[in-house]
Design a protein around this ligand. Sequence first.
Ligand code: ADP
Ligand code: MG
Length: 239
Amino acid sequence: MTALLELWHVSLVYGAGEQAVDALRDVSVEVQPGELVAVMGASGSGKSSLLAIAGGLTRPTSGEVLVDGQALAQVSPKQLAALRRRSLGFVFQDYNLVPTLTAAENVGLPLELDGWSRRRVRGAAVAALEAVGLADKADRFPDDLSGGQQQRVAIARAVVGPRRLVLADEPTGALDSTTGELVLRMLRARVDAGAGGLLVTHDARHAAWADRIVFLRDGSVIDTRQAPDPGSLLTEARA
Ligand code: ADP
Ligand code: MG
């Protein structure tokens, strides 16, 4: 089985000389299909940098990044753009939905950009919305939806079509805890259906939905833990 994401000995330095910041130091992380990996750490510890590198938005200073078995350093800018459209989905704290497009149009956007026919786009978008419990909201505009519903639309957009690797940077940050829990439940369901997820979170209760938790400090992985056994935090969080 090919890992959806592999980071090998990744380091990232912003700037140079006196101004240089070591954002990541020798970080290795793997995400397999069916696996949700949480990343925790204080502000400035490198969490967003890690996600940007995993998504091919930032190139590491050293180390290797593979998405779906493809080394990002070896693909052309055009191939990288296609890989981002087809394999990767991003979910951010502020949803990033296009306000002038309906829920279904937002979800279908990456497929449309990839040249799918209108009918196929609509079918895939509605199916993705169905999977996050929002089939009845397909033709609503973002303004018409609650924060939690908007974030579920963002999750649907991140996993629509063939995309299987979801990169989520504090996706529940702007939501109340009940709604945040629901969003996590949806993300977990997509991962259980075969996707892989890398989830940045501050909240230990949300991290308990993950299979593994990676702790960052000053750009280094200081600890990797399996999520708690069933019977403790996990069953509580999932109940
Ligand atoms: P986190 O998401 O955990 O808060 P970041 O990955 O955003 O951490 O930042 C890691 C470190 O890199 C911090 O010291 C931050 O100030 C620095 N940093 C982030 N982005 C930039 C940038 N574009 N230029 C210079 N330094 C940056
Ligand atoms: Mg951050």
